[in-house]
Write a protein that binds this ligand. Structure first.
Ligand code: ACO
Ligand code: LMR
Length: 609
């Protein structure tokens, strides 16, 4: 096994969809100035696709494969697997990775891998001359080259611990948490880490402290080796033997944690599975003493660990063994927009404004009224229109007026243009939305779209003090039909009962109907010319609506003008008539009506005109 595990071009396959760890690996790449993302692919068992991640200031897509075999085949240069599989599947997936010819190093993050399986992993790695880091580890980092998963924590910590560029120290420990602490101690007391590995706290790690110490011994760029052992097991005694056998010649600063165990009853178990002294030999004190006797540099306590590291480092610098690595500034990681927004570091202008409803709360609200209260209030659909269209809780008669308008405009038979077009579209096989749209598109100044015009023109004339005669003359002078007056089939002798009903409603419920009375006076005159120039349903709705707003006392004159001039009242006809148009569409579909074609006797062919 070559002593170097990682280079600046090392790429990994990450087994398990751990997006935060993946992003942190790529952010490390940015700090280290890597041009090639250190994650080549993700294995997310059972699914495939792509995963978008930040790479520096930009974004890249990482391929996602359903299995390791597919990923390794597509990314033959990736020789590291960072395995996030849970303890249930970590063994099988790690063995698959180890046995793949492309893969040299497997990092097993999972805790709880059974000891027997952990030993098989270690034995398989040894047999194949490959490397297993873990189980139960955060991984490791080669400063300025490659970071495994969440090792070394945040971007800020990586930069503060100088991990974005290589130093002279090779480090290995059992504990992931203490590793991050030690990276910082090493950064503060030397020119920084060359590489750090956490082998994990299990009794049978895939690789041992000694394995990595011997790798550092063989890497010329590593001038100082620092290690952190732990109570329990005999691993550190193997280091003692290696020291005695002169297999380790570089300075080794090492501390075995757990010296406080002597203050507890025998056999105390510390955090890691392997951290329990089975005999006196395995106690921290015994191992520290043996290491010291074998020539390792052992501090008096963990508190002096940094002191000893610094003393040893300074001696190596003085001897010229170490030429301190230059401090290289790391690029500032662009703020993740969502995170920065969450932390209040940036603010984002919204792109549009909504003042009528809020679905983000626990309960949907219309104009800050929870939907349960809207339903319980009995305000009906007219009340909901009042809230959402006019931002008011209308008086009951106002809600009822709107509801009545919807009911009166719902339909007027299949002959009118809206129904006709919708029927033709439905018979052409169009979907219901398209058929509805084709019907709605006929609504305009002559059909169903005169509500706004009626309200605006009659209100204008009334506010201007025009008499009905003056108003009619005024409109005639403009060459314009009076909106709200006239009907194709209704007339004085064939009154439109919808209008009759609506007039009666207004007279009964509105405090005043000044504009309606004015319109009726106009109608008296227009019908003298032609019986069909009656106040039609569009006109009645628009004009009565103005009276409703005025009667309610809730709207100022300006607000009434704004509503009338905004041109929202035709929406009443659109909402109402949609009900009837859908009725005709469903009717045609129910009847399975064929494609419609206008009969010839309906068409005057006058091509010689
Ligand atoms: N104001 C003044 N004069 C009118 C009006 C009117 N609203 N409507 C028709 N006239 C006059 C015409 O100028 C014409 O006069 P002329 O004979 O001197 O030339 C005569 O009445 C006949 O006009 P037409 O447009 O042929 O009458 P028609 O019955 O076809 O018109 C219609 C019906 C389209 C509704 C028409 O009255 C009109 O445009 N009204 C205004 C728009 C409107 O209110 N539409 C809503 C109708 S209801 C609904 O769709 C639900
Ligand atoms: C309608 O409501 O569609 C009618 O008033 C129009 C018409 O021509 O019947």
């Amino acid at each position: 096994m070559k002593p170097e595990l990682f280079t600046k071009d090392t790429t990994a396959i990450v087994y398990g969809y751990h997006v935060n760890a993946i992003q942190r690996m790529l952010d490390f790449d940015y700090a280290a100035g890597r041009k090639v993302p250190s994650v080549a692919a993700i294995v997310n068992p059972g699914s495939e696709g792509v995963h978008k991640v930040f790479f520096g200031k930009g974004e890249i897509l990482l391929p996602v494969y359903r299995d390791l075999k597919s990923a390794a085949a597509r990314h033959p240069k990736s020789d590291v697997v960072v395995n996030f599989a849970s303890y249930r599947s970590a063994f099988d997936s790690s063995m698959e990775a180890l046995n793949h010819p492309n893969i040299r190093t497997v990092c097993v993050i999972a805790e709880g891998v059974p000891e027997r399986r952990a030993r098989i992993l270690a034995a398989t790695a040894a047999k194949l001359d490959k490397m297993v880091i873990g189980p139960a580890t955060v991984g490791g980092i080669k400063a300025g080259c490659f970071k495994i998963a969440n090792t070394a924590g945040t971007y800020e910590n990586i930069v503060e611990s100088k991990l974005h560029r290589p130093g002279s120290v090779g480090f290995v420990s059992k504990s992931g948490g203490l590793s991050n602490e030690c990276y910082n101690i090493i950064a503060r007391n030397t020119d920084g880490l060359y590489e750090g590995i956490a082998i994990g706290g299990d009794a049978y790690p895939g690789s041992t402290l000694l394995d990595h110490i011997l790798r550092y011994e063989a890497i010329p760029a590593v001038k100082l080796i620092v290690a952190l052992g732990e109570i329990g097991g005999t691993e550190e005694l193997r280091i003692v033997e290696a020291l005695k056998a002169k297999k380790i010649t570089k300075p080794l600063v090492i501390w075995v944690t757990g010296t406080c165990s002597k203050m507890f009853p025998a056999g105390v178990q510390f955090g890691h599975a392997g951290a329990k002294a089975g005999s006196d030999l395995e106690t921290a004190d015994a191992k520290n003493a043996a290491l010291k006797a074998a020539g390792a540099i052992v501090p008096a306590s963990f508190d002096d660990y940094g002191v000893k590291i610094n003393e040893t480092y300074e001696k190596l610098v003085k001897k010229g063994v170490i030429k301190p690595a230059a401090d290289v500034p790391a690029p500032a990681l662009p703020l993740d927009f969502a995170q920065a927004l969450k932390e209040g570091k940036i603010r984002k202008a919204t792109t549009f404004i909504n003042t009528i409803s809020n679905e983000k709360k626990e309960e949907l609200e219309y104009l800050n009224i929870p939907i349960s209260r809207v339903l319980g209030s009995g305000m009906g659909i007219g009340g909901v229109i009042g809230l959402l269209w006019f931002k008011r809780q209308l008086p009951d008669y106002g809600s009822k007026f709107l509801e009545t308008a919807l009911m009166l405009t719902a339909d007027h038979g299949p002959a009118v243009s809206g129904a006709h077009n919708a029927i033709v579209a439905a018979r052409a096989g169009k979907d219901i939305i398209s058929a509805l749209a084709s019907g709605l598109l006929t609504i305009g100044p002559r059909f169903g779209g005169a509500i706004d015009g009626a309200a605006q023109q009659f209100k204008r004339a009334f506010d201007a003090g025009l008499t009905p005669e003056q108003f009619i003359r005024d409109m005639k002078g403009k060459g314009a039909n009076i909106p709200g007056i006239g009907h194709k089939v209704k007339s004085l002798t064939n009154p439109d009962m919808r209008v009759t009903q609506l007039k009666a409603f207004c007279k009964k419920h509105f405090k005043k109907t000044d504009l309606l009375d004015y319109a009726l006076a106009v109608e008296q005159l227009t019908t003298k010319k032609k019986g069909n120039l009656i106040l039609n349903v569009d006109g009645c709705i628009g004009i009565a609506f103005v009276d409703m707003l005025s009667s309610s006392g809730q709207f100022s004159k300006d607000e009434i003008d704004n509503i009338v001039n905004m041109g929202c009242l035709n929406a009443l006809f659109v909402v109402g008539r949609s009900i009837g148009i859908f009725g005709h569409i469903f009717d045609q579909k129910r009847l399975k009506q064929p494609l419609y074609r206008t009969p010839y006797d309906e068409i005057a062919y006058m091509t010689d005109l």
